[in-house]
Design a binder for this molecule. Structure first.
Ligand code: OGA
Ligand code: MN
Length: 222
C-alpha cells in the first residue's frame, strides 16, 4: 500500500509560501487562490459531506472552556474537529505542519501546535465580525481557513470579509469560499466575518497556537 498519491503535492508551493510570509509581515493577512491542491480539497469536502449526512457535526459556539456558549445570532456553522481519521486529514495536517515550520523560521512566532475543524454553514448561516483571539491572551497566534467549495457562484454569498485592524467597519477584502483558496492571518489583529451564505458552505478553520500554558495562562480544552 502506498500512502502517497503521486498527483497530490506533499509540500506547499515555495512562491506562494514566500508571499504568505511577506503578507503576514506587511499587513497581517494573506489570501491565496489554488493554494491547496484540488484533489485534496475534493477528498476533504467528501469527508465533510459524509459527516453532514451522518449527523457527525456539532454546532459551533463562542468562547472557550466554561465560557463556551451557543449563539446562533453570532455564529451559525456546525463543526467537527480534525482527528486524523482519514488520509485526507493527515495529508492536510502534514501541509500545515510544513507551513508552521516555514512561519516559525521566517517570523520567530514560536508556533507550537495546530488545531482545526471542518465547518459547514447551511444556507442563511453567517459568522459576525470577530477576532479569533484577544491581544495579550493570545494562544491562538495565526488563523487559517481553507475553502472546499468548487465553482462557488460570485453571487452565492458566504464571502469572508476582512476588516482593518484599527477600524472594523472598514472592509479591506472579500474572499469567495472557492475550493483551494486559503486565508491566513494574525489571530489577534484581523477582524473578519462570514457574510450570510446562500448555499451550503464547506471549509476547514484552523489555528496555530503557542504552548497552551505559556505565561501561566492555562487554555482550557475545547
Ligand atoms: C472562524 C472563521 C471564517 C470563514 O471559524 O473563526 O472566522 O471564512 N471562519 O469560514
Ligand atoms: Mn474567525
Amino acid at each position: 500500500m502506498t500512502l502517497r498519491t503521486p498527483d497530490t503535492p506533499r509540500t506547499l508551493d515555495d512562491h506562494a509560501l514566500a508571499r504568505l510570509v511577506d503578507d503576514l509581515v506587511d499587513r497581517g493577512w494573506f489570501v491565496g487562490e489554488h493554494f491547496i491542491d484540488a484533489v485534496l480539497c475534493q477528498a476533504l469536502r467528501h469527508e465533510l459531506e459524509g459527516l453532514v449526512a451522518t449527523e457527525g457535526l456539532t454546532e459551533g459556539g463562542i468562547g472557550r472552556g466554561g465560557q463556551h456558549r451557543l449563539r446562533r445570532d453570532i455564529r451559525g456553522d456546525a463543526i467537527h474537529w480534525l482527528d486524523r481519521e482519514s488520509q485526507a486529514q493527515r495529508h492536510y495536517l502534514a501541509l500545515m505542519a510544513d507551513l508552521q515550520q516555514q512561519i516559525n523560521r521566517a517570523l520567530f512566532l514560536g508556533l507550537f501546535e495546530f488545531e482545526a475543524h471542518f465547518a459547514h454553514y447551511p444556507p442563511g448561516a453567517f459568522y459576525k465580525t470577530h477576532l479569533d483571539s484577544f491581544r495579550g491572551r493570545a494562544n491562538r497566534i495565526v488563523s487559517t481557513v481553507l475553502y472546499l467549495n468548487p465553482d462557488w457562484p460570485v453571487d452565492g454569498g458566504g464571502e469572508m470579509a476582512i476588516y482593518a485592524s484599527d477600524d472594523e467597519r472598514r472592509e479591506l477584502a472579500r474572499v469567495l469560499p472557492e475550493a483551494g483558496t486559503f486565508v491566513c492571518f494574525l489571530s489577534d489583529r484581523v477582524p473578519h466575518a462570514v457574510l450570510p451564505t446562500h448555499h451550503p458552505r464547506a471549509s476547514i478553520a484552523g489555528w496555530f497556537r503557542r504552548n497552551a500554558s505559556m505565561e501561566g495562562l492555562v487554555d482550557p480544552a475545547h
